[in-house]
Design a protein around this ligand. Structure first.
Ligand code: PLP
Length: 388
């Protein structure tokens, strides 16, 4: 689709690419939205005579292709790949680039499912891992071993909103001859572009801000390394956890409004973080937009804005934190994040239960909120009464 008027152009802005990249009007009907090609196989004009390159929808499907071209454009990569979930994308990456005996540096704050994938699945296949505070460049340098193949980073991290200097770690990775992977789920490509900062691969749970409406589960990998892109695409087909056409379509629909949603998520979250910082029942607030956040300056350098995720610790310990989650009404108690509606959860008992007892264990009095795009005054009133 590179000769189409809707192919990505270097001079086009993010908001334009989000709506148009990979999504020309339908050649047959003129439909301005890429159709949902709900199909598994394609008629061949004679054996091996493929029309448009499609033969079987695990290998490629036109709706998924549109999303994958869009993802590559938004992250500034050469290859985007869409998967059935964020963890399916991570699994494909691990099994493409790692073999038994290889070592991975993982962050001391990360989504619990990512930790579980390394600790409970990859380790059984002979992959070694160790944990480092990735906000400390020297700590990462020290953690690299001769067997290290990947440095894995989440920034901002889940759930403690830690900030890692992507450009600095790209330097460490280059020097050590290893690859830098950045999970860009919390920021989205609108707020942060890891490939431009030197990362080799970007990972997304598209379930979150990319989809944006809590109605789809999906994952993505994007790279600007053409050879690695080919290897990943080979494994995506060989392993098979692809995004289905309807899911791909839902994510594309979400991405069209990503920029306006992220602006609103960020401004609402900034106001709420300030409010929580002055609240008597809150002992600590984690939000990179606060000047008191230790990663604030790096976040300001590498992010367009600070995003919609805020975590905070509640005076009174674990039961007090659980009670805040239970009392909130407009903030829906639930896992996940990144939708238009605000969510609240207790990471220790919910999203991060799988890291209990590990180096990634989260504070028991921690509450995480995904600030939606509702009226911020209503959201603040709900939190104030949940904290009362
Ligand atoms: C930062 C991060 N990465 C990856 C994942 C995994 O994505 P999925 O749930 O789509 O498999 C999640 C899920 O919560 C996440 O928060």
């Amino acid at each position: 689709m590179n000769n189409s008027p809707h192919s990505p152009r270097a001079h086009q802005h993010f908001e334009t690419l989000a709506i148009h990249a990979g999504q020309p009007a339908d050649a047959q009907t003129g439909a301005v939205v890429t159709p949902i090609y709900q199909v598994s196989t394609y008629k061949q004009d004679g054996v091996g005579g493929l029309r448009g390159g499609y033969e079987y929808s695990r290998s490629a499907n036109p709706t998924r292709t549109a999303l994958e071209e869009n993802l590559a454009a938004l992250e500034g990569g050469s290859r985007g790949l869409a998967f059935a979930s964020g963890l399916a994308a991570e699994d494909c990456l691990l099994r493409t680039v790692l073999t038994p005996g290889d070592h991975v540096v993982i962050p001391n704050d990360a989504y619990g499912g990512t930790f579980r994938l390394f600790a409970k699945v990859a380790e059984r296949w002979g992959v070694q891992w160790s944990v480092a505070d990735t906000s400390d460049v020297q700590a990462v340098r020290d953690a690299v071993r001769p067997q290290t193949k990947l440095i894995w980073v989440e920034t901002p991290s889940n759930p403690l909103l830690g900030i890692t200097d992507i450009a600095a770690l790209a330097g460490v990775a280059r020097q050590a001859g290893v690859r830098l992977v950045v999970d860009n789920t919390f920021a989205s490509p609108y707020l942060q572009q890891p490939l431009a900062l030197g990362a080799d691969v970007v990972v997304h749970s598209m379930t979150k801000y990319m989809g944006g409406h809590s109605d789809v589960v999906g994952g993505a990998l994007v790279t600007s390394d053409a050879e690695l892109g080919e290897e990943l695409a080979y494994h995506q087909n060989a392993m098979g956890a692809v995004a289905g056409p309807f899911d791909a379509w839902l994510v594309m629909r979400g991405i069209k409004t990503l920029a306006v949603r992220m602006d609103r998520h960020s401004s609402n979250a900034g106001r709420i973080a300030e409010m929580l910082s002055g609240h008597a029942k809150v002992t600590r607030v984690y939000y990179p937009g606060l000047t008191s956040h230790p990663g604030h300056e790096i976040a300001a350098k590498q992010m367009r804005d600070f995003g919609g995720m805020v975590s905070f610790q509640v005076a009174g310990g674990e039961e007090a934190a659980v009670a805040v989650c239970d009392r909130a009404q407009l903030f829906t108690l639930g896992e996940s994040l990144g939708g238009v509606e605000s969510l609240i959860e207790h990471p220790g008992r919910m999203t991060h239960a799988s890291v209990a007892g590990s180096a990634l264990e989260v504070p028991a009095d921690l509450v995480r909120i995904s600030v939606g795009i509702e009226a911020v005054d209503d959201l603040m009133e709900d939190l104030r009464s949940a904290l009362a």
